[in-house]
Design a protein around this ligand. Structure first.
Ligand code: TPP
Ligand code: SF4
Ligand code: MG
Length: 293
């Protein structure tokens, strides 16, 4: 499928054509928020009328990492923490691609944290969707860099005591040109942000909070997935443009959501091109575009 011109009559769910339905049932637990984010992503592809032959999804390992296997796109399920360098290589080899990294908080900010900050610093033209469920879910619910203070996890049975990352601030400080946070409750806003980043050049970062009722909510006695959605609804405050230093998350504090950063600066390829032209002038020969289309 390369365009979204006409959906077949028998398709009643507009998201269906974007999924590898033959791989359903998926592995996600009832009440998990990851599928909700995929719904938003599919709607963003539909709204932006992207050429699907030019959109690539790269995931690391984790429950979120499974997204790569369910989308009807060229996709890569890479090693843990290496989605961003893999995506960087893809983008540099074939600049005509829209490269989306879809992965978990642990994959992107723990083992892959170094890649995250340097891709943002270089302004690599990739779009990162980070599903934050506050733990390493797939491996049993261990605490990680996003686990809020006092939260109980399989490795913090008496409550987490390490300060956690404020991911929007991290991405902002490292140089991302677009930074937003939503939750699995904010389906429309998340879809809008995903649509915006699909059309924006440079390193874009969307954090989306997502319930993990099986491992995070249960251990913290926070109820089912639906209770977490209610919590997101009640505690979220939309503050577009808020300084990212003011959006840190606590265990049960207000959740500041919104589009925090939307700015322009030259991306990696432009910087490279400019420097080479400045230094080499006519002698600079650009690498030929990848012949794979
Ligand atoms: C090099 C390496 N280290 C550790 C693991 C084990 N591992 C697999 S997934 C994962 C954490 C996933 O957490 P996150 O990225 O937050 O995804 P989630 O499952 O929460 O969606 C870990 C530690 C691995 N597969 N490879
Ligand atoms: S363990 Fe948690 S994150 Fe993984 S599929 Fe189940 S609910 Fe979702
Ligand atoms: Mg996680």
């Amino acid at each position: 499928m390369s365009t979204l011109e006409v959906l077949p009559q028998e398709v009643t769910n507009p998201v269906e054509p974007f999924l590898r339905t033959e791989r359903i049932p998926h592995i996600w637990c009832p009440g998990c928020g990851i599928g909700t984010t995929v719904n938003s992503f599919a709607r963003a592809l539909l709204e932006t009328r992207m050429d699907l032959d030019k959109v690539v999804v790269v995931s690391g390992i984790g429950c979120t990492g499974r997204v790569a296997g369910y989308v009807e796109l060229d996709s890569f399920h890479t090693t843990h923490g290496r989605a961003i360098p893999f995506a960087t290589g893809l983008k540099l080899a074939n600049p005509s691609l829209t490269v989306v990294v879809y992965s978990g908080d642990g994959d992107l900010s723990a083992i892959g944290g170094n890649h995250l900050i340097h891709a943002a610093r270089r302004n690599i033209d990739i779009k990162v969707i980070c599903v934050n469920n506050f733990i390493y879910a797939m491996t049993g619910g261990q605490s990680g860099p996003t686990t809020p203070l006092t939260a109980t996890t399989s490795t913090s049975p008496y409550g987490a005591y390490e300060p956690s990352f404020n991911l929007p601030q991290l991405a902002d400080a490292a140089g991302a040109v677009y930074v937003a946070r939503w939750t699995a409750f904010h389906v429309r806003q998340m879809t809008r942000s995903m649509s915006e980043v699909l059309k924006k050049k440079g390193f874009c970062f969307i954090e989306t909070l997502s319930p993990c009722p099986t491992l995070y909510e249960r251990r913290n006695k926070l109820g089912e997935g639906l209770d977490t959605m209610r919590h997101y609804k009640e505690k979220s405050k939309v503050r577009n443009g808020a300084p990212t230093s003011e959006v840190a998350l606590g265990m049960r504090d207000d959740i500041i959501v919104g589009k925090f950063v939307d700015r322009e600066r030259p991306d990696y390829s432009e910087l490279l091109h400019h420097q080479m032209i400045t230094q080499l002038g006519d002698k600079y020969v650009e690498a030929p575009a990848c012949s794979c289309g």
